[in-house]
Ligand binder design. Structure first.
Ligand code: GDP
Length: 499
């Protein structure tokens, strides 16, 4: 660690007026000082930490490249734990590359992705979960994802694992103490207490494991599918939801997104409208994509909005699951609403409910029937009755709105936001949001189950202790007590350069 080289990178993205170039390593001050002429005339290397210096970056010929401000940090009190320098310069691509070139010629090496954070981790400034949170923090698009990353970065998330590890260590040490007494057949670890503690730990591990669904959807965005027959207004609704907040998401550190998706931030939560290109080309939904792809799209969604058009008439059933067409019958299929008149003749609620049932949604998938084009229905009472019937037949929430007129879009937004338990995030509960953590947690749970079974079967203390050590091992992978270069390489390769 003592002999590490000094790394440099542009820490800011493209655009903006000011850019920051950072250096970290034993020679940070000397290298920066080699290209920087302070207005004070004093060499940077001799300055104290936590000071700012105004001056110019000069090239080999002595010409000024830019006027800059240099911040100096001294080891160990810096992000990386090493000496660090941050040069604030003007954000021209030429200036940035020229300063980087000059720093390179004075001995700095271009930093790899996440290399500053790797150093922070290796210096014990943060654990692995916290280091990963740095990338999530940068990628967070909304308040909820930010809160998740922020909890993880501040260490409250790691604390949850620290507590579990401490409890497990206590169990192991009691069991191992018995081994020291070998022949004497003593039991320091009261087996029924052991059982209870393991059960409590198992419950905790399982709870954390379950939190992954929430964490993962918040971190990656909640996948929403808008389904429904052609012309019910799916793309109109999507455009209304996107409004000014239309965003194209490309690849973001720590997440894999191979398709460009429409995302929208609603009340701090990012929603991703999955495969919306397909949804938009409604002709293809029936012809090209086929039912299978429609179902696949729906299966990947956490939330399904099934759109219906109350004014749709003159269609007959095709009988195909998911794409079956509701048969129009007299208003809401009942006589009472017969006075509603020609215009307000609505499709059969029971058939729509059946179609929704045929979508094959899993229990954890949320679904609402969205009655669109409410503005086209003149009889509001008839519409309300029909919506009620839909609700009764389907057992789903029914939201009546007009995508084109922007009527009751708020109701839909409330439903969407309500599908995500954001309170848990904002209250700082530890929530697993990272696939790597979830996998380690799953393995920890399995090892614990083995230990519990062993305990029931009267397994010897040393073997029990081995199983519990396995649990500790897997929990340690999460926060990085246990790690390998491969794991580190994999994690930090997804970081941006300069972080
Ligand atoms: P999709 O095939 O399901 O994507 O449907 P579109 O969004 O293309 O809409 C089909 C037609 O319905 C278009 O002419 C829209 O303007 C119209 N439409 C969509 N939403 C509404 C609405 O809320 N009210 C009215 N009156 N028309 C709508």
């Amino acid at each position: 660690m003592e002999h590490r080289d000094t790394i440099a990178a542009v820490a800011t993205g493209s655009g903006g007026a000011i850019a920051v170039i950072r250096l970290s390593g034993p020679d940070a001050a000397a290298i920066a000082g080699g290209v920087f002429a302070a207005a004070s005339g004093r060499p940077l290397e001799g300055e104290r930490g936590y000071t700012l210096h105004y001056g110019a970056i000069r090239d080999e010929a002595g010409s000024t490249v830019d006027d800059v401000v240099v911040a100096l940090y001294r080891a160990p009190r810096s992000y990386t734990g090493e000496d660090m320098v941050e040069i604030s310069c003007h954000a021209s691509p030429y200036i940035k590359s020229e300063i980087m070139r000059l720093l390179g010629s004075h001995g700095a090496r271009q930093a790899g992705p996440g290399e500053f954070t790797v150093r922070a981790f290796l210096a014990g400034k943060m654990d692995l979960a916290q280091a990963e949170a740095v990338a999530d923090m940068i990628a967070a698009e909304g308040r909820a994802a930010h809160a998740l990353a922020s909890n993880q970065l501040r260490g409250s998330y790691s604390d949850a694992f620290g507590t579990l590890r401490a409890q497990l260590l206590e169990l192991v040490s009691l069991l191992e103490l018995e081994l020291d007494f070998g022949e004497e057949d003593v039991e320091f670890a009261d087996r029924s207490r052991l059982q209870q503690t393991m059960e409590a730990i198992g419950t905790r591990i399982a709870g954390l494991g379950r939190s992954f669904r929430l964490g993962n959807t918040i971190r990656g965005g909640v996948p929403v599918a808008i389904a429904g027959r052609p012309n019910v207004g799916k793309s109109t609704l999507l455009n209304t939801l996107l409004g000014d907040d239309r965003a194209m998401v490309s690849d973001i550190a720590g997440t894999t997104r191979d398709v460009i998706e429409d995302t929208v931030n609603l009340d701090g939560v990012t929603f991703r409208f999955i495969d919306t290109a397909g949804i938009r080309r409604t002709d293809d939904v029936l012809e090209g994509m086929g039912i299978e792809r429609t179902f696949d799209r729906i299966a990947r969604a956490a939330v399904v909005l099934y759109l219906v058009d109350p004014t749709e008439t003159g269609v007959t059933s095709r009988g195909a699951a998911g794409n079956s067409i509701e048969k129009p019958v007299g208003t809401a299929g009942t006589e009472q609403a017969a006075g509603a008149g020609r215009k307000d003749t609505m499709p059969d609620a029971a058939m729509i409910a059946e179609t929704v049932g045929e979508l094959g949604l899993r229990e954890e998938q949320q679904c609402a029937i969205v009655v669109n084009k409410a503005d086209r229905v003149t009889d509001a009472d008839a519409l309300a009755r029909w919506a009620d019937e839909l609700k009764q037949f389907s057992g789903r929430e029914v939201i009546v709105l007009s995508a084109r007129q922007g009527m009751n879009i708020g109701g839909l937004i409330r439903f969407l936001v309500g599908t995500v338990e954001t309170e848990k995030v904002y209250s700082g509960d530890p929530i697993v949001a990272n696939t790597r953590h979830h996998e380690a947690l799953t393995r920890a749970g399995e090892a614990l189950a083995r230990a519990q079974a062993g305990l029931r079967d009267g397994l010897a203390g040393d073997l029990l202790a081995q199983d519990i050590r396995q649990v500790l091992h897997h929990l340690g992978e999460i926060t990085g007590e246990i790690t390998t270069d491969d794991v580190l390489g994999e994690i930090f390769s997804k970081f941006c350069v300069g972080k």
